[in-house]
Write a protein that binds this ligand. Structure first.
Ligand code: SAM
Length: 220
């Protein structure tokens, strides 16, 4: 421990003041505006920056990306997570709203991406038994249980045996989900039951990393 005559604390304060003087703050703001990625969804947290989201990305997303595999993202929004799974052979992005698919296309219009407008629970045009990885974040947190159940039923035929299905859902055992009126009524116990009732095998659960939701990984 430094003694009382240490300059440590004043040095730290001076470094902070230097970094946060008006000229440097202005420069950083201009850089941010010019180079910002302008992706709809980053306002909810950037998985490159926010530690809990970074953990989810590193554990549940990046390890599964494979150019020989096919993937689906349900509810991609502006592509906050899509940008990490562009390396799949085929990437189906499935959304209920055409406007959101258009917004995604504005950011990501690669040749391996197939844009699909669905009817809220289905996978039109996706071949049976063809999907290795299915991911959804920021979408199931808003879906009522009957819609989740319909999705679980419908995704069964399009995934391959052994596929990895990763879904983030609302966790009303957490105070931040209880306070959010847009979050649906769901808990890890209920989600687990729905997944098992639909005939899947649970591989992994994370009920601690996120402050308003939980994540489940399962397969057939
Ligand atoms: C809150 S945004 C999250 C977007 C993105 N995944 C993210 O984390 O930034 C929810 C997304 O789910 C889509 N969505 C809502 N209900 C849906 C449904 N039943 N099926 C598919 N997509 C849906 C919305 O259009 C939107 O793209």
């Amino acid at each position: 421990m430094p003694d009382l005559d240490t300059s440590l604390h004043l040095d730290m304060l001076n470094r902070f003041k230097k970094r946060n003087g008006l000229p440097l703050r202005l420069l950083r703001a201009i850089k941010r505006e010019i180079f910002s990625k302008d992706i709809y969804g980053l306002q909810w947290g950037d998985p490159d920056v926010a530690p809990p989201l970074r953990f989810i990305k590193d554990r549940y997303v990046l390890p599964y990306v494979n150019a020989k595999h096919n993937a689906i993202e349900i509810g991609p929004g502006g592509g906050r997570w899509t940008r990490y799974i562009l390396g799949f052979g085929k990437l189906y992005v499935v959304d209920y709203y055409l406007e959101l698919l258009k917004e995604l296309k504005r950011n990501f219009n690669m040749r391996n991406i197939i844009f699909i407008k669905n009817n809220g629970t289905d996978f039109p045009g996706i071949e049976e038994g063809s999907i290795d990885y299915l991911f959804s974040f920021g979408t199931f947190v808003h879906l009522d249980k009957h819609i989740i159940e319909a999705y679980l039923k419908n995704m069964k035929s399009i995934v391959k045996p052994g596929a990895n299905i990763v879904i983030q859902y609302s966790d009303k055992t957490k105070i931040m989900a209880q306070l959010n009126k847009g979050f649906s009524d769901n808990t890890p116990d209920e989600m687990r039951q729905m997944v098992l009732n639909a005939g899947y095998k649970i591989l992994e659960e994370d009920t601690t990393t996120l402050w308003h939701s939980s994540v489940i990984r399962f397969t057939i």
